[in-house]
Write a protein that binds this ligand. Structure first.
Ligand code: ZN
Ligand code: ZN
Length: 459
């Protein structure tokens, strides 16, 4: 109980309780299992006694209090010595059962610095500035629809700054851990004088309160009623778009009057119509450097799966890889399944041993992507895990099996959007290798052509 701070502005009934600033910093805005709090039990009980912390049951009205799920699993509990049940849906964040207690901070709020300065000194293009102005002019929930390579992240900076300057707590949430890892250094660079913290599976549990939080939508389950602004990046990405629990997590993490701004290159038709109807929609159809979005090329690759399984690399694919290697252009080669990718890997490594394969469970994914960027790896084979959030100069992209169901139009647009992102090299190749053309492939190409036409006026 060292380093306690005396709070004098609480109701007189409470005889100036002492607040542990570290506990206050840790628990503000969070919802946490009491048993998992990294503080002495004596400290916790003291704060509960003086109503600085509120406890509640982990399961209420047959629902999990943290993730709202009703998927409860009955078991014999050693803690409460009887029949009990626990939530199956958020089990990997620490088991919540009937006898668990969740705690929240109800003591004095943390006062944020009111003058956090943005340290990003880049310049927005007039089109980016238009979108920022349109969004700042409104206070309702909002959709920013900006094509891949439009410079989405830079547009977020002034939106974040504006809220921080009003003493608001801001969260930038995204469904993908890879996107969190890609954004974190950029956000820290842009707000060097502000505490920025990232929460994703494997990030640990930072103890320090941060006015600016970067999190996967999944990790937002651990927060409650704390953010005044939530920016959801890539809201149409899997698994957020399909998982009600994650959408609930975003709602729960917001304050009552909070604002949500969705930013994506590929909104659903329904989203677009809804926000357009509410006049809370901005559209940016031009990339920041002004060049067109690269249009995919179709190349037939008949019976590619059978050939690969026989240990043969289809000729066209081999030529494309050799061409990338000769021209020293980094490449991403997308596969529909992990299995097929691993069958192809040794056949492709025969051309260059540095080539690697990455997927959702590959722990070396992050270093491999960095090595590709640094030129130590010539190319990567990947699943859709790298369809978004990745920016590498002069990247070339091809998809093996573009006709497969996993490559729906949005995924194809995002994958194509990895190419030509830098000002110095605004073009590049996108090839859809296929065993038959699908409606989704045509829909993606039509949309890219449409955006390029609109971009001439809109950008
Ligand atoms: Zn749960
Ligand atoms: Zn129990």
């Amino acid at each position: 109980m060292k380093k306690l701070m005396r709070i004098r502005h609480l109701p007189s009934k409470i005889p100036f309780p002492l607040v542990d600033p570290q506990l206050q910093s840790f628990l503000s805005g969070r919802i946490w299992l009491e048993d998992h709090l990294p503080f002495l039990n004596q400290t916790i009980q003291y704060h509960i006694k003086y109503k600085l912390i509120e406890r509640q049951s982990g399961i209420q009205q047959k629902r999990c209090r943290r993730c709202h799920s009703q998927h409860l699993y009955p078991f014999f509990c050693s803690k409460c010595q009887g029949p009990c049940s626990y939530c199956l849906d958020c089990f990997n964040m620490g088991r919540i059962s009937n006898c668990s207690q969740l705690v929240q901070w109800t003591g004095p709020k943390i006062k944020q610095s009111e003058q956090p300065k943005m340290t990003w000194n880049g310049q927005l293009t007039p089109a980016q500035q238009r979108v920022v102005n349109e969004c700042l002019a409104m206070s309702t929930d909002y959709l920013i629809h900006a094509v891949t390579g439009a410079g989405k992240t830079e547009m977020l900076f002034p939106l974040i700054e504006s809220s921080l300057q009003q003493g608001k707590r801001v969260c930038l949430a995204t469904p993908r851990t890879d996107v969190v890892l890609e954004l974190l250094p950029r956000l820290q660079q842009a707000f060097q004088k502000t505490e920025v913290q990232a929460f994703y599976g494997g990030s640990g549990h930072p103890k320090q309160y941060a006015p600016l939080v970067l999190a996967t939508t999944h990790q937002l389950l651990r927060f409650e009623h704390t953010f005044d602004l939530i920016l959801v990046d890539e809201a149409d990405a899997f698994p957020y778009s399909y998982d009600k629990k994650l959408q609930y997590a975003v709602q729960k993490a917001k304050n009552e009057k909070a604002r949500t701004i969705i930013v994506t290159a590929t909104p659903t038709k329904k989203q677009r119509q809804l926000y357009l109807h509410n006049k809370s929609y901005s559209f940016l159809a031009r990339r920041f450097h002004g060049a067109d979005l690269p249009t995919p090329q179709y190349e037939s690759l008949w019976s590619y799966e059978r050939k690969l399984r026989k240990g043969k690399l289809p000729k066209k694919l081999a030529q494309w890889i050799q061409q990338c290697l000769q021209q020293k252009k980094p490449f991403l080669l997308f596969f529909p399944t992990i299995e097929l990718m691993h069958i192809a890997l040794p056949l492709i490594q025969a051309y260059d041993a540095s080539i690697q394969a990455v997927h959702a469970k590959e722990e070396l994914r992050k270093p491999y992507v960095q090595q590709l960027r640094d030129g130590q790896v010539s190319g990567l084979l990947t699943t859709t895990i790298l369809e978004r959030g990745i920016t590498i100069a002069n990247l070339q992209v091809a998809i093996v099996g573009a006709e497969r169901r996993i490559f729906h139009a949005h995924a194809l647009i995002q994958i194509s959007g990895r190419v030509g992102r830098s000002k110095e090299m605004p073009t590049g190749q996108v090839i859809f290798y296929h065993h038959g053309i699908t409606k989704q492939m045509d829909a993606a190409c039509d949309e890219i052509r449409r955006l390029n036409e609109i971009g001439d006026d809109n950008g």
